[in-house]
Design a protein around this ligand. Structure first.
Ligand code: SF4
Ligand code: SF4
Length: 477
């Protein structure tokens, strides 16, 4: 009996995770033991599983892999394709790269966190972009989230898309303000085998132009959402609230739901970048934001749960599972000392438009002080991505840190009754407030200590008594 790996899988391995198959469409890996990998590597049409050389346990394992669709019976000699053959990457596994292909933008958003209207981070050359794609491939990073600035302002965008395809990588998300989204752009993505979720912003019915600094931005966003819907691309929209547009929450959610958005995230303008100079008195206090969110939740149910929704820090729900909700600030296993400190960004490599690698979107690139992974300036020192992703590197030392280190460093949090749910909050917020990643996140702290958790539970209990949430129990109040 001969077997071969199912056509959709490829054999791969990384430092510390050497045995995996990856679904070549979704780019999702499945990790195995050494003995399971021995079976998978023999599924190449050349190993006879009926031979006396095959262990009984390997036959059993093969049966299980058949039932799971990993392998299939084949003729002797019916081998696997060269792309399916085993490749080992001598660096740590990372699932996706959040790749800022330009620091420039055609918009003038008042709150741009990377100051793209002033092109603060500049833009990499075409050759450097191609080289980064090569390095992603070399490190076995198979998913790409394209962002900017505004990625569609690059005239070489179609070539970038083609190169990502040629290397067998997949564009999973495209961040855009929508102004340059067209049939041609979406056609180019589709022709090259990509079907990314298009991630856009829409900052309140009647207020989008104000925050974006461009007359007609709201219409452009509406048109882009309609285009995505027509062409079969999923859309996710981020809504930024400030004092001027807060009253539009209900209208905005319903407007976006009617446009066919798959999901919406509501949140506040981040206190950094251009917002620091443009905000005037428009930044919302936590009290204002929380009250608005709690007032909105009953409307969400009254309006028939029109769309998947995340209200940052507060609440998330989906019409697919109408009697279930999340409290967004509550994170699982927060008091587990073995949990990674940067759990939320460990699988997402951030590549900024200046070629530097960052730990997460909330931390500035200077945080690690690493040199860029490519250079447009001859003679400038660079560091290959593979080196950055090797065990013991500055980057991986941060990524390998455990929650234990935080618990030991922060006596206030380690003694707090909310540690199990809160975990001290976001490490980037801690760094912004205290120049240390081992202190508490003040905003998340307020959510728990000022009674907002109880208010969320109370609101849901009133408007959706049958709705349940995980992770919380009676001792938490
Ligand atoms: S569209 Fe995005 S990148 Fe461009 S200015 Fe606005 S926030 Fe910055
Ligand atoms: S509520 Fe505050 S003190 Fe308690 S664990 Fe969270 S951040 Fe730390």
């Amino acid at each position: 009996m001969f077997y071969k790996l199912n056509d959709k899988y490829i054999l791969r391995g990384w430092e510390k995770l050497p045995y995996a198959i990856v679904n070549d469409y979704t780019k999702l890996p499945l990790f195995f033991t050494q003995s399971q990998m021995r079976v998978l590597s023999r599924c190449n049409g050349e190993w006879d599983f009926d031979s006396i050389l095959t262990l009984d346990e390997d036959r059993e394992c093969a049966k299980e892999f058949i039932s799971k669709g990993f392998i299939e019976q084949c003729r002797e000699g019916q081998g696997i394709s060269p792309r399916q053959e085993y490749l080992f990457y001598p660096n740590r596994y990372v699932s996706v790269a959040h790749f800022g292909i330009t620091g420039k933008c055609n918009y003038k958003c008042k709150h741009c966190f990377m100051s793209a209207p002033e092109a603060k981070l500049g833009e990499l050359s075409h050759n450097s972009i191609m080289d980064i794609i090569r390095q992603l491939d070399e490190c076995g990073i198979m998913g790409v989230l394209l962002t900017g600035g505004e990625p569609l302002i690059r005239p070489d965008f179609p070539e970038i898309v083609k190169e990502i395809s040629r290397r067998g990588l997949s564009i999973q998300q495209l961040y855009t303000n929508g102004a340059l989204l067209s049939d041609k752009v979406l056609g180019c993505l589709q022709e090259n085998g990509h079907n990314p979720t298009v991630i856009m912003s829409f900052d309140g019915v009647g207020w989008h132009d104000w925050l974006r600094g461009i007359t007609g931005a709201e219409k452009a966003a509406d048109d882009a959402l309609a285009l995505c819907k027509r062409r079969g691309f999923r859309t996710h929209v981020q809504v930024t609230f400030h004092r001027k547009n807060l009253h539009t929450m209900r209208e905005t959610v319903n407007h976006l739901a009617a446009k066919g958005c798959e999901s919406i995230r509501l949140g506040l303008a981040d206190e950094r970048g251009d917002w620091l100079m443009n905000k005037e008195d428009n930044t919302l206090s936590m009290q204002e934001y929380m009250e608005a969110a709690l007032n909105y939740i009953p409307y969400y149910y009254e309006d028939g749960m029109p769309v998947n929704i995340i209200i940052s820090s507060v609440f998330a729900a989906s019409p697919r599972n109408p009697d279930y909700y999340y409290v967004v600030s509550v994170k699982p296993e927060c008091d587990n000392p073995k949990k990674l400190l940067f759990n939320c960004s460990r699988q997402k490599l951030q590549i900024l438009p200046n070629g530097r690698v960052s730990v997460c979107g909330g931390l500035d690139d200077e945080f690690l002080g690493l040199p860029p992974i490519v250079s447009d300036i001859p003679g400038q020192e660079t560091m290959p991505l593979r080196e950055i992703l090797s065990t013991g590197s500055v980057y991986m030392n941060i990524m390998d840190k455990k929650q234990q280190e935080f618990i030991e460093a922060s006596s206030e949090c380690s003694e707090c009754k909310y540690l199990r749910l809160c975990g001290g909050g976001c490490r980037a917020m801690s760094f912004r407030a205290y120049s240390s990643i081992l202190r508490k996140d003040n905003e998340t702290c307020k959510f728990f200590r000022e009674g907002w958790l109880e208010r969320v539970i109370e609101t849901l209990g009133r408007v959706r008594p049958q709705a349940k949430t995980k992770l919380l129990n009676d001792n938490d109040f």
